[in-house]
Ligand binder design. Structure first.
Ligand code: UDX
Length: 437
């Protein structure tokens, strides 16, 4: 496994749990030192225990020597980062290409080189070219095996996937059969739960990842716009989502309105698919619009908070509950809290924030004036308004009475709909949520 980041580490630990011997190659010395001591540099429920037990069983090892890890491996997975490139935002492929060259020079016998990072269409073929140029004698095939795991439930997603997508080089002399056999062997433990392995060509597998994530982003933006309409018409978006979602063709998941999607995948993948479509002369206009709708939504949420405070937050104390882009993660990438808190600070608000695990990661990204609190009620203390940005379970349990007693003002803006409107209003709070009367 080349790369011990989020995808690499979760995949490596889960493959090891399948009984496979996995050698992770990590080139950041600090990250490697931590991993070798069994310290997990990311927050993901259950991952520390899985890593520890598989290290103890000797199936999971960490090192920085690609040649040692690749030697004798049946498959090498590339799970290095593809961050947005400075300037134009396209995926920066330098780490993938470097990994391909290093793998090429380390290949010993027949090996399947698999991309697990989300990569632009055509990358798997590019990797094959790089390896062939570097080592014309090497015996290998390439495959694409995009990862669909969600942060916060990554292990469960990996162990019980809805499907496993595997792209093969169908233009190879054997139609990709030899590589298919290796991939089937690796994923054999999933047969028992009947998780479908879906085989396709390389280009289709690469595009399936973008299409899936973009579709989900469209679904979220759709319900967010419907929620706006519900507010105008006195409808309730939750009843509506249930009514829609019970149609099996629509499905109930991902119809929860909020302040806009964030994270490391949806914003990046929707932009990438828009670009892929533009470059291929086949624009995906629905996705292009979704990108705009979501960006505007995140910024618009600050306006909603200011309006709830009577049109000005100047000199007001605003309690903010939750900073990360979603619960059960310390990930702040593209979190709605970033534009919202900057807007509030610009408008002269004094923000008192609390997040159960994300505050250290959040600090460098948020306005310096932000005050970090020890818990939710500490943030609410003497606040003029309270805002929920992330639906951490611990916030759901807050009693309306405790909130009212802690606050000075009465305004509560719940951007994740975690509280019961009646119970909040019964306590005298001026409660606003998303898409509910
Ligand atoms: C996502 C995909 O789910 C996963 O398959 C992919 O491979 C990586 O990207 P992740 O980024 O971890 O996973 O988060 P996810 O749980 O999907 O949520 C993404 C964003 O959408 C969050 O900001 C979340 O708050 C938001 N969201 C999700 C909603 O606003 N409403 C919903 O109904 C669902």
């Amino acid at each position: 496994m080349i790369g011990g980041g989020y995808v690499g580490l979760v995949s490596a630990a889960c493959f090891a749990e399948f009984g496979i011997e996995v050698a992770v190659v990590e080139n950041s010395p600090t990250r490697l030192a931590a991993l070798r001591e069994g310290r997990i540099p990311i927050y993901e429920p259950g991952l520390d225990k899985l890593v520890e037990s598989n290290m103890q069983a000797g199936r999971l090892t960490f090192g920085d020597d690609i040649a040692a890890a690749v030697k004798g491996a049946e498959a090498v997975f590339i799970a290095v980062g593809t961050p947005p490139r400075n300037g134009d935002g396209a995926a920066d492929m330098q780490y993938v290409h470097t990994a391909a060259r290093q793998i090429a020079n380390a290949l010993t016998g027949y090996t399947v080189v698999v991309t697990k990072s989300t990569v632009p269409c055509g990358t798997s073929r590019r990797i094959a070219e790089i390896i062939r140029a570097e080592r014309p004698d090497a015996e290998f095939d390439v495959a694409s095996n995009p990862e669909f795991l969600r942060e916060g439930s990554a292990i469960g997603d990996f162990m019980k996937p809805d499907r496993v997508i595997i792209g093969l080089d169908r233009k190879a002399a054997d139609g990709g059969e030899r590589a298919e056999a290796v991939m089937r062997k690796i994923y054999r433990p999933l047969y028992i739960i009947e998780a479908p392995l879906v085989f396709m060509n390389l280009e289709t597998a690469e595009l399936t990842k973008y299409a899936s994530n973009s579709f989900l982003a469209v679904k979220i933006s759709f319900i967010n716009e419907i929620a706006n309409l519900c507010e105008k018409l006195g409808a309730d978006v939750h009843d509506l989502a249930k009514g829609m979602g019970l149609d099996g063709r629509i499905g109930r998941k991902f119809l929860h309105p909020g302040p806009g999607y964030g994270g490391s995948c949806f914003p990046k993948d929707t932009l990438a698919l828009s670009r892929i479509g533009q470059e291929a002369g086949s624009p995906i206009r629905l996705v292009e619009t979704t990108v705009q709708v979501n960006d505007a939504r995140k910024i618009g949420m600050a306006g909603r908070i200011i309006a709830a405070c009577g049109g000005s937050v100047h000199g007001k104390k605003i309690a903010v509950l939750g900073l990360t882009f979603k619960p059960e993660t310390d990930d702040m990438r593209e979190a709605p809290s970033i534009p919202i808190l900057h807007r509030l600070a610009e408008a002269g608000a004094e923000v008192r924030a609390y997040d159960p695990v994300g505050m250290d990661v959040a600090k460098p990204m948020l306005p310096p004036s932000t005050v970090y609190c020890k818990d939710a009620l500490d943030a609410a203390k003497d606040a003029d308004a309270l805002v929920v940005l992330t639906e951490w379970t611990i916030f759901r349990a807050l009693a309306p009475k405790a909130i009212r007693e802690a606050m000075k003002g009465k305004v509560v803006v719940d951007l994740r709909n975690i509280f019961d409107p009646q119970a909040m209003r019964a306590e005298g709070l001026e409660y606003q949520s998303i898409g509910r009367p």
